[in-house]
Ligand binder design. Structure first.
Ligand code: NAP
Ligand code: GLV
Length: 306
């Protein structure tokens, strides 16, 4: 079996070595233009030329959870696209979201600023019942985040395409229930895939439905959020702040208004990193299963785009 590897922004050698070690019978190589056809592709944001030159692929493995970069390409028909299915990401996402939520709720950002000025001062404790957390997307990551947030006794709402019965989470589903979900939430966490249906979903109209003093945590994709609408609602005071990990253009351009905004906390697309050894283990197991003719989890519904 031949595996071709093509991941932008990734040092290839450890992946090539790891895949070879996990699948000793496979021939693993780094893709370059003109490379011979392979059976399996392991990719992250490859160029269109990659697929144009790989006519014999049996499956495409994405080294991340989100497949939006792949869905923009002209992919070979009928070839399954398999995304990372947790592989160590959900616990990282739970840490990140709980950290951002608690930092805001407990006003640790304010305490940091006070202490930096030598000020020993107290803020009035806030009532977590007044900080219902709404999670857009209740998939592999969203569900884990919902459970983690619920552990801290915040009221939790969740929204997905299909109804989800999750204990301890008030679940909403479908476009019709989106306004009610937003109106029931003060802190909004986005864990949706970027598709034609979810692009720009955090826009002025939808963000205005959040309870006054709302807070936005975007850990999905920059394209889920309309930047100017967020800025307008922060400046009007309807929103109290935001923690943003993902951006329409990455790296975030130096002139972007987010950099200097006092109510926005930024990180460089790092909320849930691809962990190499967990990911190689998962991909290798699935390749072996496909070779045996078995089905695997994490196959993308190309019609839905995630
Ligand atoms: P997933 O398991 O596919 O879950 C996606 C969730 O979104 C599902 O609950 C799905 O509903 C819901 N959804 C999709 N389209 C919808 C729509 N039109 N209306 C309502 N709900 C919709 O994906 P995941 O593994 O949790 O990952 C989610 C996203 O996180 C990825 O696509 C990626 O963009 C992002 N991500 C970011 C980082 C980072 O470091 N910042 C890391 C990893 C992933 P159903 O359950 O009904 O299908
Ligand atoms: C990262 O953003 C991923 O989709 O895995």
């Amino acid at each position: 079996m031949k595996i071709t590897f093509c991941c932008s922004d990734t040092k290839p050698e450890p992946w090539l070595d790891g895949l070879s070690a996990a699948l000793p019978d496979a021939q693993v190589s780094l893709w370059q233009p003109g490379a011979p056809p392979a059976d399996y592709a392991v990719v992250w944001a490859p160029p269109q030329a990659f697929f144009d030159e790989q006519p014999q692929l049996r499956a495409i493995f994405n080294t991340g959870a989100g497949v939006d970069a792949l869905m923009k390409l002209n992919l070979p028909a009928g070839v399954p696209v398999i995304r990372l299915d947790d592989a160590g990401m959900s616990v990282q996402m739970a840490e990140y979201v709980c950290h951002a939520l608690i930092r805001h709720f407990r006003e640790f950002d304010g305490y940091e600023a006070d202490m930096a000025l030598g000020q020993w001062s107290y803020r009035k404790p806030r009532d977590r019942a007044e900080f219902p957390v709404g999670i857009l997307g209740l998939g592999v990551l969203g569900e884990r985040v919902a459970r983690a947030v619920a552990q801290f006794d915040f009221p939790v709402n969740g929204w997905s395409r299909s109804p989800k019965p999750l204990v301890g989470v008030k679940c909403f589903a479908g476009t019709d229930q989106l306004p009610a979900f937003l109106a029931a939430s003060k802190v909004l966490v986005c864990l949706l895939p970027l598709t034609s249906e979810t692009r720009d979903i955090m826009n002025h109209q939808n963000l205005s439905h959040l309870q006054a003093g709302g807070y936005v945590i975007n850990v999905a994709r920059g394209g889920n959020l309309v930047d100017d609408d967020l800025l307008a609602l922060l400046d009007s005071g309807h929103l109290a702040g935001a923690t943003l990990d993902v951006f329409r253009t990455e790296p975030l351009p130096p002139e972007h208004a987010f950099w200097q905004h006092p109510k926005i906390c930024l990180t460089p697309h790092t909320s849930a990193r691809t962990l190499r050894s967990e990911s190689i283990g998962q991909i290798a197991q699935k390749m072996a299963a496909l070779q045996r003719g078995e089905s695997v989890a994490g196959v993308v519904d190309r019609g839905q785009g995630y």
